[in-house]
Design a protein around this ligand. Structure first.
Ligand SMILES: Cc1cc2nc3c(=O)[nH]c(=O)nc-3n(C[C@H](O)[C@H](O)[C@H](O)COP(=O)(O)OP(=O)(O)OC[C@H]3O[C@@H](n4cnc5c(N)ncnc54)[C@H](O)[C@@H]3O)c2cc1C
Length: 356
């Protein structure tokens, strides 16, 4: 079959790759550069998403843990396993220690033999030896658990090279203006005809459907997430719980420095994502509540923001499902949502639906 894939983020790249692997003739259209948007603005984690267990997303977490393993095996030079500390305080935390323990036991169980290491409990003394800057007041100890870290931009381009080797033709700087359920695609003022068209334009999937006057079953909600970068390395890779709203914030090594993030702020799709002063202060506040020496705005070396494509399920951004939805309208397939880690699993579902 002749297939057009729209969107050169990780989900589009993996869809194109999977379809080419199955013997289809694939054109991948990207209006900017491959990996130029959300997929390079992530927290750089190949993870199951420990906190999604709170919302009962066991299927997604199991799938993501399987996929985490695959990426770590397939591209060891661009990925690594990371030991992350989750400090626990008496009275300060949104989640009690028993709840975290159950979550981590489940996380280990869902990973099965693909587990990167079993979680462990560390006493307050042991944690303070490791992280002397951690606030000792009320500290009960910390859980240590494992997840994957990646260079998201480089790993996505690696996947794009695999896709090209499998036969995908990549068209960058080529915006698709409209699509139709009959397999038509409007590009640079001309119409091109395909057996199938896959709209996997991430946060912009709905925008393209609107421009095409189509009414899909699903809608996307764009939720901005920002990260701050610092030149100094982190005290340790950590997951901190915000004492006020219970959200979790990562403190991670990134290149030779530290990455701190992220936030969740709903925003209109037609605005480009920018880190606001409120987000900056929020992230600095979480860090400074737990760690010293304190970080100041002038310590920030850079920042970046991206838009999560989340299927609109009516829930608050923090609680919104990270599951993805795929809908077929005759020859047109629309993809709504999809995390970085699960891009290959999503691609298999899209390819099955394309061939059905
Ligand atoms: C702050 C933040 C942190 C995150 N952290 C993680 C994490 O640690 N781990 C994880 O697994 N996931 C994470 N995610 C989720 C993950 O990054 C995204 O869900 C994923 O990257 C989405 O990929 P995508 O390919 O669907 O979208 P995108 O990467 O945005 O790609 C869509 C592409 O479509 C193109 N496009 C749009 N319209 C058109 C058109 N009309 N014609 C041609 N091209 C078009 C765009 O230019 C864009 O390149 C995070 C997300 C955010 C925002």
């Amino acid at each position: 079959m002749k297939v057009a894939v729209i969107g050169g983020g990780i989900n589009g790249i993996c869809c194109a790759w999977e379809l080419a692997r199955r013997g289809h003739e694939v054109d991948l259209y990207e209006r900017g550069e491959l990996m130029g948007e959300t997929s390079s603005a992530s927290s750089k984690l190949l993870h199951g998403g420990l906190r999604y267990l709170e919302y009962g997303e066991f299927r997604l977490v199991r799938e993501a843990l399987r996929e985490r393993h695959w990426w770590l095996q397939a591209a060891p030079e661009l990925t690594r396993s990371l030991r992350i500390l989750l400090p626990v305080y008496a009275g300060k935390d949104a989640r009690p220690r028993w709840q975290l323990r159950i979550g981590l036991i489940l996380y280990d169980l869902l990973a099965g033999r693909r587990r990167l290491g079993r979680h462990r409990w560390l006493s307050a003394r042991a944690v303070l030896e490791e992280v002397p800057g951690l606030d000792p007041e009320g500290l009960r100890g910390a859980f240590a658990y494992y997840d994957g870290q990646m260079d998201d931009h480089a790993l996505g381009l690696w996947a794009a090279r695999q896709a090209e080797s499998a036969g995908v033709s990549v068209h960058e700087q080529t915006e698709v203006e409209r699509v139709s359920t009959g397999g038509e695609l409007y590009v640079a003022g001309e119409t091109r005809l395909y057996d199938r068209v896959v709209n996997v334009a991430g946060p912009w999937v709905g925008e393209l459907m609107d421009a095409s006057e189509l009414q899909p079953r699903y809608r996307i909600r764009a939720v901005r997430g920002s990260h701050l970068l610092f030149d100094r390395p982190p005290p340790a890779p950590m997951l901190l719980q915000h004492p006020d709203d219970g959200r979790v914030v990562f403190v991670l090594p990134w290149q030779d420095g530290m990455l701190l993030g992220t936030t969740e702020v709903a925003q209109p799709i037609d605005q480009s994502p920018e880190c606001t002063d409120e987000e900056r202060d929020y992230l600095l506040e979480v860090y400074n509540r737990y760690l010293s020496p304190a970080l100041k705005p002038q310590d920030i070396s850079s920042h970046f923001s991206g838009l999560r494509p989340l299927p609109d399920d009516g829930r608050a951004p923090t609680q919104a499902s990270r599951e993805y939805e795929v809908e077929r309208l005759d020859r047109l397939i629309g993809v709504y949502g999809g995390k970085w880690t699960t891009a290959r699993a999503l691609a298999r579902q899209v390819a099955d639906m394309t061939e059905a």
